[in-house]
Write a protein that binds this ligand. Structure first.
Ligand code: SF4
Length: 64
């Protein structure tokens, strides 16, 4: 799985970077910078939570 951000919906809340610091950092405006590496199995649960907790529902997990 990989992390996809819908840039039209993302509102730079930054919650995703708190939940997935190993894959997402924030730029100077608070928008996520995704490393685009596959999400390992051990991280999938946190990644799913980041998707469901995103206030703008802008983060999705998609098959690679
Ligand atoms: S939590 Fe959602 S709205 Fe906030 S920065 Fe991440 S993707 Fe964007």
């Amino acid at each position: 799985m990989k992390i996809d951000i819908n840039w039209t919906s993302c509102q730079a809340h930054g919650l995703c970077a708190e939940l997935l610091p190993d894959h997402i950092t924030l730029d100077e405006w608070g928008y996520p910078l995704v490393d685009n590496t596959p999400v390992p199995t051990r991280t999938l649960k946190r990644a799913s939570r980041a998707a469901s907790d995103c206030p703008a529902l802008a983060l999705k997990l998609t098959p690679r």
